[in-house]
Design a protein around this ligand. Sequence first.
Ligand code: HEM
Length: 217
Amino acid sequence: MTGFAARLRKATMSEHRDAETRSFIARLMGGTVPAAGFAALTAQYLIIYRELEAAALAMRDNPVAGEFADPALSRVAALESDLAHLHGPGWEAHAVPVEATRRYAERLREHCHTSPAHFVAHHYVRYLGDLSGGQLVGRRVAATYHLGTRGTAFYHFEQIADPKAYKTVYRARLDALDLPAAELDTLVAETQLAFTLNAAVFQELGTAYPEELAPAA
Ligand code: HEM
């Protein structure tokens, strides 16, 4: 990997390491997030993906961003079914954004419908992450909360049989991005901001749902 995809990966390496090792997501991997915290994360994702996928729809015919806006990635229906399973009827009442999610959604709404650089940045951070570490997180939460695919549909891309192959094609698209250098710089900066916005959501959830102590033996 030598092109723009490699540049993006390198530019966000330390943010990525933080997410893997320090955040609420790391605790999710360790099995110490209470079930209500997992449900709250799913609700935050619904709010975020509604914005991201509204932007994808708006960008569908854009010559640069349109290539990324693949409906096979869509997560909103899966998140709605997960929440319906986790909360039962009336689940919509739980789809309430925490402050960091509100800020993240606002950023998506304000920039990703019109700027291909901003859209691709946010698209990359979420979907390539979902197709990577997200696959490990999905297996882990299914085990922790004794869930089948119901409750964890978000982590399964039914229309993408081979995530690894999909990511290879995706990176080739990043390498071929037809944007001026200044826009590519904007994209890199926005990718870093996208990681920060995600980290803020994890931080807020981590405080709201402190570690669940293992029951005494
Ligand atoms: C426990 C948490 C996580 C683990 C174990 C993890 C693991 C990984 C792994 C192994 C890869 C490399 C996959 C490959 O090269 O094919 C990857 C890539 C990636 N992850 Fe994560 N990840 C985690 C959390 C996150 C989070 C929270 C985000 C963003 C919000 C994220 C975003 C990304 C992105 C954008 C890539 C693509 C990097 C690239 O190749 O350009 N990850 N992750």
